[in-house]
Design a protein around this ligand. Structure first.
Ligand code: G3P
Ligand code: CA
Length: 344
């Protein structure tokens, strides 16, 4: 259960929701480029402009993984929308970031599910919550989404459905029918855990994509995970490009996770942004080294309302990342990122 540790780290860290102190140079053996802030802009791996990935949809504006959140991201110019996937008791892929439900749904308001709140052991300790794989899809559909960030609007809470993977793909397909191609950046969450309880994620994702005809519709797809064994298993069965997500500092070291860019076999990496951004406004040589290994660098997560120490605002983070040559950026506010990327 080695990679389940990463799950717990992300539960704890809320995936970079809070600024993480400490120099990026400590991460992954990176060395600092002292004059990086003044250095000339580096190119992306392909020379194309970096893609803007709507992190769980336009999740700054709507509860994450909801139809209006994804549609807003598309309207704002995102190149990709990102469904995180977990599984229900009856083996259906649903768009949720967490294995548990309390942070982003109104499950706590459902008395009929009160007795489903149970303790589970995690590598970071015991957690008492409602767990997606204790619910059938029909039960999940009784819930509504909620915004988990306290500083963001709650006006949509309790109104929006929890989506299946199929329903997220339908959003992209509907856009494609209108001539607007938006890609899907799909993350399998906790595949090792689901596999341990008999719920495989590899085949349902592959079969779901095929059944929906994403390739025929011209919809680009990335498959991402924090768990290398899942990505390796996926690559055995599919040629879709894969992204190895990397737990950011300090949690990578706390968990004993080692990432060696020289040995990665994926199409690219999904790096927490402090692998690249230093607290003094300089950048590391991470992108340069990843590119030297032929790896795309996608970076998470830039938020208008949570900014790293040393950066005035999200625009400053975006500018530094783009200047460093990253190939893609997960963002909670796609309009901000598209404007910076396109020089508007
Ligand atoms: O998947 C990478 C990016 O989405 C950030 O991670 O934990 O928010 O899914 P997370
Ligand atoms: Ca994700």
């Amino acid at each position: 259960m080695k990679y389940v540790a990463a799950i717990a780290a992300l539960m704890l860290a809320a995936c970079g929701a809070a600024p993480v102190a400490g120099p990026a140079a400590e991460a992954e053996g990176a060395s600092v480029s002292p004059a990086a802030a003044q250095a000339p802009a580096r190119s992306t791996l392909t020379g194309e402009k970096p893609i803007i990935i709507a992190h769980r949809g336009a999740s700054g504006l709507f509860p994450e993984h909801t139809i209006p959140g994804y549609e807003a991201a598309i309207a704002q110019g995102a190149d990709f929308i990102e469904p995180d996937l977990v599984m229900t008791k009856d083996g259906v892929l649903i768009a949720r970031h967490d294995a548990y439900l309390s942070d982003t749904t109104n499950v706590a308001d459902h008395p009929e599910f009160a007795n489903r709140k149970v303790k589970r052991a995690t590598p970071m300790g015991e957690k008492e919550d409602w767990w997606a794989d204790d619910f059938t899809l029909a039960e999940i559909k009784m819930l509504k989404a909620r915004q988990q960030f306290p500083m963001r609007t709650k006006e949509h809470d309790g109104k929006l459905d929890i989506l299946t993977f199929d329903e997220v793909m339908d959003v992209a397909l509907a856009a494609a029918k209108e001539g607007r191609i938006v890609g899907l950046h799909i993350e399998a969450k906790w595949p090792e855990y689901y596999s341990s309880v008999g719920l495989d994620m590899v085949d349902p994702i592959i079969e779901g994509i095929k059944a929906k005809g994403l390739e025929e519709a011209g919809i680009p797809v990335f498959i991402q995970s924090f768990e290398p064994p899942f990505l390796a298993a996926f690559a055995e069965k599919s040629d879709l490009p894969t992204i190895q997500n990397m737990v950011g500092p300090p949690y990578n070291k706390m968990l004993g996770l080692e990432y060696n860019l020289d040995e990665m076999t994926t199409t690219g990496v999904g790096a927490e942004k402090t692998y690249i951004l230093n607290a003094d406004g300089t950048t590391t040589d991470f992108v340069e080294r990843a590119h030297a290994n032929g790896l795309l660098v996608h970076v998470y997560t830039v938020r208008d309302d949570v900014v790293l120490p040393g950066y005035e605002n999200a625009q400053a983070e975006l500018t530094a990342l783009i200047k460093a040559g990253v190939d893609g950026i997960w963002v909670d506010y796609p309009d901000t990122a598209v404007a910076v990327r396109d020089g508007n």
